[in-house]
Design a protein around this ligand. Sequence first.
Ligand code: SF4
Length: 357
Amino acid sequence: MPSTICVSCRGERSAALVRPKTSEPYCKICFFQAFEREIHETIVKEQLFKPGETIAIAASGGKDSTVLAYVLKLLNERHSYGLNLVLLSIDEGITGYRDDSLETVKRNQQQYDLPLIILTYKELYGWSMDEIVKAVGRKNNCTFCGVFRRQALDRGAMKLSVNKIATGHNADDIAETILMNILRGDIARLKRCTSIITGDESDDNEVSVIPRCKPLKYAYEKEIVLYAFYKRLDYFSTECIYSPNAYRGNIRTYIKDLERLRPSSIIDIIHSGEQLIVKPTTKLPVQRICERCSYCSSMPICKACLLIEGLNKGIPKLGIGKTERYRKEMQQKQDQCCNDQSLCHCMKEKLTVTEQN
Ligand code: SF4
């Protein structure tokens, strides 16, 4: 860029970049300060943390969670938040993607001197994503992955006895989710997705999950990339090999186009989403406890248990879309199975139990 003075230190230093959020020229030092100050202000204004709390940072090795871990550690020390920070990673079992990104997380653990715990889908659910994709194909894989990850983070957080999970969701992610929920008419998620803290006692639509917060809620993705770049942070930037999420991809492109025309579009969408009030007469799913695993669910059996059941019974579409049809199919298979005792799994299980007794 041509030599321009930094708008923040007013000529003390030359500008090195144009801030994507404001389109103003900044030198590197003033940009770092502004970026960190805004995250600190979000943390303080929204009361994200309390002194003495243990916070699990959901770490994937990507730019968002790497910047989150770096900045939270920095601000925790600079402003004496009094937090115990730990890194929590989920290994979905995606060869050529997650194994590499976890190597980055392990290096971050050394660089930031934070404890790290890694949980795998394989040990939690008996299936890795590679195996799931083999069974279900490339169409619905992200549904499995998203549902399993949400639960896996909670399980990891419970294992670590943390008070909250901090995730690296940035302003672009939140604007995308708001638009996606509007376009899908998903009112329950629309109500939740703008909250900076979800799953705590103030959110009456959730039941006993570890509260999650998004300290980067107002940080633009482009600024996170710039920050990581100029700070020379060690992060992993390859896309998941199973990432065809076309619907979100279209919305992402749309938001990037809007940002090009008017940078404030991202924040404007978030502010608009925050002002939406759901009519009290609107029916929202009632949260309860899954009969199988005790995780919160709007159905008697949670989505993760349903998906696992489908995978284990060779009906991977159970839990996706037309669940009822597949439930009936499953019932039919079970009836057939019980009519042919040489094949019957239920009978074999009964015999094994009897033999053991
Ligand atoms: Fe999982 Fe899909 Fe994301 Fe890959 S793109 S990590 S499969 S949710």
